[in-house]
Write a protein that binds this ligand. Structure first.
Ligand SMILES: [Zn+2]
Length: 153
């Protein structure tokens, strides 16, 4: 009769479970899945700007994966800003940016600061993107490329 442990398992079964746990741990250390199934999606190449670490969900082949750059953080006299470049595996790309602005302790001034800073950020982004688009059109004209519909040089 096999010896029973406190859990009620026969010792040979417990030993078998431990052996299996050790094998699973070895596979996990090697980066293999522990459920015995292999990940079948093809791994993707990261663009050079991608951090290529745990923040990149595209490398493992997730259908909704995103490449993410290292986070750029700057400290200013008014607060802090962060920015991350992101690109979905299907190509759409964007900049994810966050600013933290210290506001006045005066509630009225704080409300004005919050509203104006938000407007100023929106204006700065619009102006910057507009200037970049105009510069791209000028470069395209010099290169002899066709202008997009509705645009003139
Ligand atoms: Zn990546």
């Amino acid at each position: 009769m096999p010896h029973r442990t406190e859990d009620g398992f026969a010792e040979p079964r417990v030993i078998g479970m431990l052996r299996r746990a050790v094998e699973m741990a070895k596979l996990a250390v090697k980066g293999e899945p522990v459920n015995g199934r292999r990940w079948r999606r093809p791994k993707r190449e990261c663009p050079p700007w991608c951090a290529q670490n745990h923040t990149c969900t595209a490398r493992s082949g997730y259908p909704s994966g995103e490449h993410r750059s290292p986070i750029t953080t700057r400290t200013h006299r008014w607060g802090r800003s962060t920015a991350t470049r992101v690109q979905h595996v299907e190509g759409r790309a964007w900049l994810s940016s966050n600013i933290s602005v210290e506001l006045s302790s005066d509630p009225l001034l704080a409300a004005a600061q919050a509203g104006f800073v938000h407007l100023a950020v929106e204006h700065a982004v619009s102006a910057t993107l507009g200037e970049l688009e105009e510069a791209a059109i000028r470069v395209a004209c010099v290169a002899g490329a066709a202008l997009p519909p509705g645009r003139s040089a």
